[in-house]
Write a new protein. Structure first.
Length: 398
């Protein structure tokens, strides 16, 4: 296991060092200054734009207010007219998101050896941090050994990331209600995509089952689709993922939902061994580079998972079986993946389309006309493609 990198700064005329925590692999800041309740938002924003991080030593709630004030300064910057080309608008939007994240990520807070925040009025974040980072490393002497006198700072993390950890931990505690599971809840772990958008789950719940014997769920994530298939009566579901967080999450959810006896969660890059009469996959929908762990469920560089599923499906499907590909056409409306590419990929993989079920989005962003990608979001359709082998036996066609 790789140790987090070490970041260094000077405080009270003494050299300091601590481990650097960043879930999106942001590099440690090169320059750090101390900030507290006297720091003005304009000064903090200017320093952050110049690439200088601010290590907060004041009241925790005031740090949150400062972060909000910095965000307002980013959002009120004069913007150029949005591009008329939707593909260019997507890239401009992503660049603006990354710029915003970089600036706001410059406000840092300390963590001690137990992942507690040694600041006035700080919440208890130990559980949230442990679930995201793993057990704390009692290595303060190694990380900050250059410090003269006692120092509770063992690690630094951006306040923005810490707030995300807190929010994710609340979602894990509360869970997401899934109508297709009779209102039972899925509890997403940090870094595992939450099934808050239920359209794709509804498609799997409603599509006609070709079998109740065996199904593969490729890239299971929280395990929600595996659980839906099990609740529909599929006697054995093999759910795969290669992310340790997803594997742990899926196992916990299937156990909580009472279907662990039907669902086997295994580590695999796409397919498990063997063939199945039903193979289900909901790959990331947009062929672009993710910038954080949870974005791996949304962005698929070069359509790697999509093509991997399609090109391997024939070797893992029984002759009369079905492959269910659940995919949004959002990337097509953004000009990132022409529709013909998908149809051509089916043919190249030796597959034929048996049927297609469609559903339109219900999430609020589809109706938000202020969203720079509103046109694409409003036109989006999520489809469940029922795929079979091109040389499918004549008795199984129709």
């Amino acid at each position: 296991m790789n140790h987090p990198p070490v970041v260094e700064w000077t405080e009270a005329d003494q050299p300091r060092s601590a481990r650097w925590r960043s879930e999106n692999d942001a590099p440690p800041p090169r320059r750090i200054v101390i900030a507290d309740d006297r720091t003005k938002a304009d000064d903090a924003y200017k320093l952050a734009c110049e690439g200088t991080a601010l290590l907060w030593r004041g009241d925790f709630h005031n740090a949150r207010q400062l972060l909000t004030a910095m965000a307002r300064r980013i959002d009120r910057r004069p913007r150029k007219n949005p591009p008329t080309d939707v593909t260019q608008a997507f890239h401009v939007h992503r660049a603006a998101q990354n710029h915003r994240a970089r600036i706001l990520g410059m406000l840092l807070v300390p963590l001690d050896d137990t992942f507690a925040v040694p600041l006035h009025r700080a919440p208890d974040v130990r559980e949230a941090c442990t679930r995201a980072y793993g057990p704390g490393e009692p290595a303060r002497g190694e990380a900050s050994g250059a410090t003269a006198g006692p120092d509770p700072t063992a690690a630094l993390v951006s306040l923005r990331e810490l707030l995300a950890l807190i929010g994710a931990n609340e979602w894990r505690r509360k869970g997401v209600e899934i109508p297709a599971l009779g209102g039972d809840r899925i509890h997403p772990h940090y870094g595992v995509f939450s099934p808050a958008r239920g359209e794709y789950v509804d498609l799997v719940a409603e599509a006609p089952l070709p079998t109740e014997e065996l199904a593969f769920d490729i890239g299971t994530g929280t395990g929600v689709l595996a659980a839906v298939l099990a609740r529909r009566g599929v006697r054995r579901v093999v759910a795969t993922d290669q992310d340790p967080r997803a594997l742990a999450c899926a196992r916990e959810n299937t156990e909580r939902l009472g279907v662990a006896g039907q669902v086997e969660v295994v580590e695999a890059d796409l397919f498990p061994a063997g063939r199945a009469p039903l193979v289900v996959c909901n790959p990331p929908w947009v062929p672009a580079k993710p910038t954080s762990p949870v974005e791996h469920a949304v962005y698929d560089p070069g359509n790697r998972m999509l093509y991997g599923f399609l090109n391997g499906l024939a070797d893992h499907l029984t002759p009369e079986g079905e492959g269910w590909l659940i995919l949004s056409d959002f990337a097509e409306h953004l000009g990132l993946r022409p529709h013909t590419v998908l149809v051509e990929a089916f043919a190249a993989a030796g597959l034929t389309v048996l049927d297609r079920l469609d559903i339109t989005p219900r999430h609020p962003r589809a109706r938000d006309t202020s969203d720079p990608l509103h046109v694409a979001r409003a036109a989006e359709v999520t489809s469940l493609w029922r795929l079979g082998l091109a040389n499918r036996p004549a008795s199984a066609r129709g």
